[in-house]
Structures are given as structure tokens and as C-alpha cells.
Design a protein around this ligand. Structure first.
Ligand SMILES: [Zn+2]
Length: 113
């Protein structure tokens, strides 16, 4: 497994996510439009805001995963399942570079939901 390539990819991803988070934050908080709108417009506005907030939430969650993966690389724990301690399959890491659990623990978690 090429840790350095994965690290580079994760850092790239982190930068993208930081930019996206910043843009979303701006969209949510610095909208200097007049507030005098009719109810239909306000409803659309609110819907847009909810979409933005949802995107913002997802972006921050993904960012957290990426940062945690980078920390695990630093600590030499990358590729180890955080739940059972077994190694995570290379193919799984390739598909999901910032996953923190092996396929068995991940599906157990899915099923527990
Ligand atoms: Zn596991």
C-alpha cells in the first residue's frame, strides 16, 4: 500500500473540503439580500438555506474524517480498524481512503442503525 500517495490524496481532499466549507459558510451567513419578500419567496429561500446547511454539515463531517485519517497516518495507525484492530483491506482503503473500520465492523455498524 502506498501511504504517501494516500496521504497526498487526503491532503488534496482536505484542501477541497476547506474551500467548500468556506464557500458554504459565506453563502449561509453573508447573504446581503433585502429581507422584504413575500411568503413564497421566503419559503424558497428557507429551502435553499436548508440545502446549504445540509451540504455544510456533510462537508464538515467529511472534513473531520479526512483529518482523522491524516492523524492516523502520522500516528502509524493508518489502515488499522479503529473498532477491532484488524487491518483494513487495501481495496477498501482504495475506495474509501478515510474509512476507519474494516468491512466487517462497518457492516455491523450499518446493521446496528
Ligand atoms: Zn474491524
Amino acid at each position: 500500500m502506498d501511504i504517501q500517495a494516500i496521504e497526498a490524496e487526503l491532503k488534496q481532499k482536505r484542501n477541497e473540503l476547506l474551500l467548500r466549507a468556506e464557500r458554504l459558510h459565506r453563502d449561509v451567513h453573508h447573504r446581503d439580500e433585502p429581507i422584504e419578500k413575500d411568503f413564497a419567496e421566503q419559503a424558497v429561500e428557507l429551502e435553499n438555506l436548508e440545502v446549504l446547511l445540509e451540504l455544510d454539515r456533510e462537508t464538515r463531517l467529511e472534513l473531520r474524517n479526512v483529518l482523522e485519517a491524516l492523524t492516523r497516518i502520522e500516528d502509524d495507525e493508518y489502515g488499522t480498524c479503529q473498532t477491532c484492530g484488524n487491518p483494513i483491506a487495501d481495496a477498501r482503503l482504495k475506495a474509501l481512503p478515510y474509512t476507519q473500520s474494516c468491512i466487517r465492523c462497518a457492516s455491523a455498524l450499518e446493521n446496528a442503525r
